[in-house]
Design a protein around this ligand. Structure first.
Ligand code: KG4
Ligand code: ZN
Length: 349
């Protein structure tokens, strides 16, 4: 039996998970606790790093207690303590990494520093309570608030970058456009809700860098910014705009479709180029039902299987970090206690 306790504190979610593998390598998620800070940051329209790290300090010990109680284990029964070591906010990463290192030192166990992006990347192979499965070669689309990239995955730790955003991440574009429209944070779910009843053909918005493997979303965001005063026949400086419900729904649908078109087209092209059978998608933006539906359709037409992470595993959580840590531990990896957090940690170097 191998048991891993993992912490995730890279941004504004504090999370702790405990994952156990049996000797036959079957897995069981014994606990997954999460404390969302959305309410604390919402009024600022984005994440305030100092508030995030102060809250991690408050929530992490509470979640650790809840997790071991739910898992009915003692800390001493864990074989390894893992934490997200980057990328993310330095002051937030430090909290989880320090706690995991402290536990590893205190109980004389292994420490594992996990790349947050690897957590997302592997999450489509994890099925929650029933544990996970073997990693198969795939083209992986990671779409979150901080990152947008496609990666060729040959197996655990064998990652090759195909393309990445040169400016805003897809989730960041959702958040920024939502803010412009006077909608709440995080912007993705707010825009998706309105887009459901909107006409995605109403506004003609750009699909950038069509012929590249990289992504760019800041032009799309700027296009929305310049469209708003035209719709309202008001001056640009008069934001935030109060659009009528119909226009708002159509604008949300047109914006969301512009993002989906780019993500789907580039992912299918990458899967064709790299001759894989499987496409995976993960990260907060992959909660988007319309993205899942259209990517599923496109994969089916092009003859690829699609694996999506379960919705609760798309946004930040510690179960995906525990899964990555368990696979790494089983493959013989461990981290030095001197390994530092890295806010700019790359998935592929
Ligand atoms: O993976 P995640 O929780 O955090 C990062 O690692 O960044 O992703 C958060 C991002 C936010 O930008 C949020 O607006 C976006 O995921 N998001 C969505 C949806 N749900 C969350 N974007 C589009 N549609 C959604 N339903
Ligand atoms: Zn994330």
């Amino acid at each position: 039996m191998t048991t891993v306790l993992a912490l995730e504190t890279s941004c504004d979610e504090t999370a702790v998970a405990i994952l156990r593998a049996g000797d036959d390598r079957s897995q069981e998620l014994l606990a997954s606790e999460i404390a969302s800070q959305v309410a604390a940051h919402e009024k600022f329209g984005g994440i305030v790093p100092e508030i995030a790290s102060r809250n991690h300090l408050i929530y992490a010990p509470q979640l650790l207690g809840r997790a071991v109680t739910a898992a009915r284990i003692d800390f001493s029964e864990a074989d390894a303590f893992a934490a997200t070591s980057g990328p993310g906010l330095a002051s937030s990463l430090m909290i989880g990494a320090s706690i995991a290192k402290g536990l590893a030192i205190g109980f004389g166990k292994t420490y594992l520093a996990i790349n947050h992006l690897e957590g997302h990347l592997l999450s489509p192979f994890f099925h929650g309570a029933d544990g996970g499965e073997q990693i198969k070669p795939n083209v992986s689309l990671i779409v979150s608030g901080g990152h947008t990239m496609s990666v060729l995955v040959r197996g655990l730790t064998e990652y090759q970058l195909i393309g990445r955003t040169l400016d805003d991440a897809a989730g960041e574009a959702f958040d920024k456009v939502a803010k412009m429209l006077g909608l709440g944070y995080p912007g993705g779910p707010e825009i998706e809700k309105r887009a459901r009843v909107g006409d995605s053909n109403r506004f003609d918005l750009p699909r950038s860098m069509r012929d590249s493997e990289n992504f760019s979303f800041s032009g799309l965001k700027t296009a929305v910014r310049y469209l708003l005063p035209k719709i309202e026949e008001r001056r640009l400086t008069q934001a935030p705009y109060k659009l009528d419900e119909r226009v708002l729904a159509d604008l949300c649908a047109s914006f969301q479709q512009a993002i989906i078109d780019v993500l789907v087209t580039k992912t299918i092209a990458a899967a064709q180029k790299h001759h894989v059978d499987l496409v995976t998608v993960s990260g907060g933006v992959s909660c988007n039902q319309e993205l899942r539906r259209q990517l599923g359709e496109a994969c089916r037409r092009a003859g690829f299987d699609l694996k999506t992470a379960e919705s609760w595993l798309c946004t930040d959580n510690a179960a995906m970090i525990a899964f990555a840590a368990l696979l790494r531990l089983q493959a013989g990896f461990q981290s030095k206690l001197t390994e530092e957090i890295d806010p700019n940690l790359a998935l592929v170097t």
